[in-house]
Design a protein around this ligand. Structure first.
Ligand code: XMP
Ligand code: MG
Length: 179
């Protein structure tokens, strides 16, 4: 599996230090708010699990799975809900946890939906941010790392459902795509 990686972009240690930093900030921000922390499946699972362990405040978690309609690797902006929340967001402070903000289409739709459902507040924390690729006017409220426009895998992120379990984030060798 490691042979498929061209370079390591973020090591396990770098990720852990950043997650701790974000956890400290979010613990301050959400103290006494009992936030509903929403994990966007599946990519954000590892980040979510590590992040909430660095949030040393009461919080609840829930999960959502969405998919963008459209072909290929480009988001179309139409978001289909594959798994909805179990919890009502009405009057709750909601924190959406995502692996990566790319075009921004998925998160802009999701935030819109949660606001429509009358959440008290909706904020987004994303581990990775690719601002070069943005198609809509949105930026994460909290972001771990800004990365260049390269397809990355590991720490939850996949290529064809593989590599999610790598403990670091890396760039795939081009021959893996074309094989
Ligand atoms: P948008 O474009 O709506 O989409 O911001 C975000 C989703 O696209 C996926 N994505 C990636 N997945 N490596 C991945 O494994 C990447 O470099 C990458 N860029 C975007 C991801 O699922 C994210 O939730
Ligand atoms: Mg994702």
């Amino acid at each position: 599996m490691n042979d498929d990686i061209k370079k390591i972009l973020l090591t396990q240690e770098e990720i852990a230090a950043k997650v701790k930093e974000l956890g400290d900030i979010l613990s301050e921000e959400y103290r006494d708010k009992n936030p509903l922390v929403i994990c966007v499946l599946k990519g954000a699972v590892l980040f979510m699990a590590d992040l909430i362990r660095q949030m040393n405040i009461p919080c609840e978690m829930d999960f959502m799975a969405v998919s963008s309609y459209g072909s290929g690797t480009e988001s179309s902006g139409m978001v289909k809900i594959l798994k909805d929340l179990d919890t009502s967001v009405q009057n709750r402070h909601v924190l959406v946890v995502e692996d990566i903000m790319d075009s921004g289409l998925t998160l802009s739709r999701l935030v819109e939906l949660l606001r429509h459902r009358e959440a008290a507040s909706v904020k987004v924390v994303t581990l990775l941010n690719k601002p070069e690729r943005r198609k809509v006017d949105i930026s994460p409220d909290y972001s771990g790392f800004t990365i260049p426009d390269e397809f990355v895998v590991g720490y939850g992120l996949d290529y064809a459902e593989r590599y999610r379990n790598l403990p670091y984030i890396g760039v795939l060798k081009p021959e893996v795509y074309t094989k």
